[in-house]
Design a protein around this ligand. Structure first.
Ligand SMILES: [Zn+2]
Length: 132
Protein backbone atom coordinates (compact mmCIF):
# COMPACT_ATOMS: atom_id res chain seq x y z
CA UNK A 1 0.00 0.00 0.00
CA UNK A 2 1.21 3.48 -0.82
CA UNK A 3 1.84 5.86 2.01
CA UNK A 4 1.71 9.62 2.08
CA UNK A 5 3.37 11.92 4.60
CA UNK A 6 1.22 14.24 6.72
CA UNK A 7 2.79 17.13 4.84
CA UNK A 8 1.78 15.65 1.47
CA UNK A 9 -1.74 14.98 2.67
CA UNK A 10 -2.08 18.51 4.00
CA UNK A 11 -0.86 19.99 0.71
CA UNK A 12 -3.61 18.24 -1.26
CA UNK A 13 -6.30 18.85 1.35
CA UNK A 14 -5.44 22.57 1.47
CA UNK A 15 -5.79 22.91 -2.31
CA UNK A 16 -9.08 21.01 -2.29
CA UNK A 17 -10.41 23.31 0.47
CA UNK A 18 -9.24 26.42 -1.39
CA UNK A 19 -10.84 25.44 -4.70
CA UNK A 20 -13.96 23.89 -3.21
CA UNK A 21 -14.73 27.29 -1.82
CA UNK A 22 -13.78 29.27 -4.94
CA UNK A 23 -15.78 26.94 -7.18
CA UNK A 24 -18.81 27.17 -4.87
CA UNK A 25 -18.72 23.55 -3.87
CA UNK A 26 -18.70 24.21 -0.12
CA UNK A 27 -21.76 22.03 0.37
CA UNK A 28 -19.88 19.03 -1.02
CA UNK A 29 -17.89 16.60 1.07
CA UNK A 30 -14.71 15.78 -0.82
CA UNK A 31 -12.98 12.76 0.65
CA UNK A 32 -9.52 11.67 -0.43
CA UNK A 33 -9.24 7.89 -0.53
CA UNK A 34 -5.56 7.74 0.40
CA UNK A 35 -5.55 3.94 0.53
CA UNK A 36 -7.14 3.30 -2.90
CA UNK A 37 -5.44 3.28 -6.28
CA UNK A 38 -7.06 5.18 -9.18
CA UNK A 39 -9.04 2.90 -11.51
CA UNK A 40 -7.22 4.35 -14.51
CA UNK A 41 -3.80 3.51 -13.08
CA UNK A 42 -1.08 5.67 -11.66
CA UNK A 43 -0.52 7.82 -14.76
CA UNK A 44 -3.62 9.87 -13.94
CA UNK A 45 -2.80 12.66 -11.50
CA UNK A 46 -6.08 12.51 -9.61
CA UNK A 47 -9.40 10.78 -10.19
CA UNK A 48 -12.78 11.96 -8.89
CA UNK A 49 -15.97 10.00 -8.21
CA UNK A 50 -18.85 12.41 -7.60
CA UNK A 51 -22.16 11.27 -6.08
CA UNK A 52 -24.46 14.29 -6.62
CA UNK A 53 -27.38 12.83 -4.65
CA UNK A 54 -25.14 12.73 -1.56
CA UNK A 55 -23.09 15.85 -2.31
CA UNK A 56 -20.08 13.67 -1.74
CA UNK A 57 -17.11 13.04 -3.98
CA UNK A 58 -14.19 10.70 -3.53
CA UNK A 59 -10.79 11.53 -4.92
CA UNK A 60 -8.07 8.98 -5.57
CA UNK A 61 -4.45 9.96 -5.93
CA UNK A 62 -2.38 8.86 -8.91
CA UNK A 63 0.92 10.56 -9.77
CA UNK A 64 -0.11 13.88 -8.19
CA UNK A 65 2.93 13.85 -5.87
CA UNK A 66 5.40 12.78 -8.55
CA UNK A 67 8.52 14.97 -8.92
CA UNK A 68 7.69 15.22 -12.62
CA UNK A 69 4.50 17.19 -11.79
CA UNK A 70 4.87 20.93 -11.21
CA UNK A 71 2.96 22.85 -8.53
CA UNK A 72 0.91 24.53 -11.27
CA UNK A 73 0.02 21.12 -12.71
CA UNK A 74 -0.96 19.92 -9.23
CA UNK A 75 -3.25 22.86 -8.61
CA UNK A 76 -4.64 22.61 -12.16
CA UNK A 77 -5.45 18.92 -11.52
CA UNK A 78 -7.36 19.78 -8.33
CA UNK A 79 -9.44 22.39 -10.18
CA UNK A 80 -9.97 19.93 -13.05
CA UNK A 81 -11.32 17.20 -10.74
CA UNK A 82 -13.54 19.63 -8.83
CA UNK A 83 -14.99 20.90 -12.13
CA UNK A 84 -16.00 17.30 -12.83
CA UNK A 85 -18.22 17.57 -9.74
CA UNK A 86 -20.08 20.47 -11.38
CA UNK A 87 -20.37 18.49 -14.62
CA UNK A 88 -21.66 15.30 -13.01
CA UNK A 89 -25.39 16.23 -12.74
CA UNK A 90 -25.38 17.16 -16.44
CA UNK A 91 -23.73 13.85 -17.15
CA UNK A 92 -26.37 11.94 -15.17
CA UNK A 93 -29.14 13.60 -17.18
CA UNK A 94 -27.39 12.72 -20.43
CA UNK A 95 -27.01 9.12 -19.26
CA UNK A 96 -30.74 8.85 -18.51
CA UNK A 97 -31.60 10.24 -21.96
CA UNK A 98 -29.12 7.87 -23.62
CA UNK A 99 -31.00 4.88 -22.17
CA UNK A 100 -33.72 5.55 -24.76
CA UNK A 101 -31.33 5.15 -27.68
CA UNK A 102 -29.86 2.12 -29.38
CA UNK A 103 -26.68 0.64 -27.88
CA UNK A 104 -24.74 1.89 -30.93
CA UNK A 105 -26.00 5.44 -30.49
CA UNK A 106 -25.37 5.26 -26.74
CA UNK A 107 -21.78 4.17 -27.30
CA UNK A 108 -21.10 6.83 -29.90
CA UNK A 109 -22.65 9.72 -27.99
CA UNK A 110 -21.16 8.55 -24.70
CA UNK A 111 -17.67 8.44 -26.16
CA UNK A 112 -17.95 11.78 -27.96
CA UNK A 113 -19.47 13.62 -25.04
CA UNK A 114 -16.87 12.28 -22.62
CA UNK A 115 -14.09 13.50 -24.91
CA UNK A 116 -15.76 16.94 -25.27
CA UNK A 117 -16.33 17.25 -21.54
CA UNK A 118 -12.64 16.51 -20.97
CA UNK A 119 -11.57 19.18 -23.46
CA UNK A 120 -13.98 21.72 -21.92
CA UNK A 121 -12.91 20.93 -18.36
CA UNK A 122 -9.24 21.09 -19.33
CA UNK A 123 -9.78 24.47 -20.99
CA UNK A 124 -11.63 25.91 -17.99
CA UNK A 125 -9.16 24.48 -15.45
CA UNK A 126 -6.21 25.83 -17.43
CA UNK A 127 -7.80 29.28 -17.75
CA UNK A 128 -8.18 29.31 -13.96
CA UNK A 129 -4.78 27.78 -13.15
CA UNK A 130 -2.47 28.30 -16.15
CA UNK A 131 0.25 25.70 -16.67
CA UNK A 132 3.84 26.91 -16.84
ZN1 LIG B 1 -11.12 14.95 -16.46
Amino acid sequence: MRTFTDEQKQKLLDLIAKWKSRLRLEHWRVIVEWDKEPNNGDDVTLEVYPMPERHTAHIRVGCWFSDAISDAERENAVVHELLHIHAEPIWETVTRVLEHLSPQAQGLINEELRARFEVMIDAIATSIVPLD
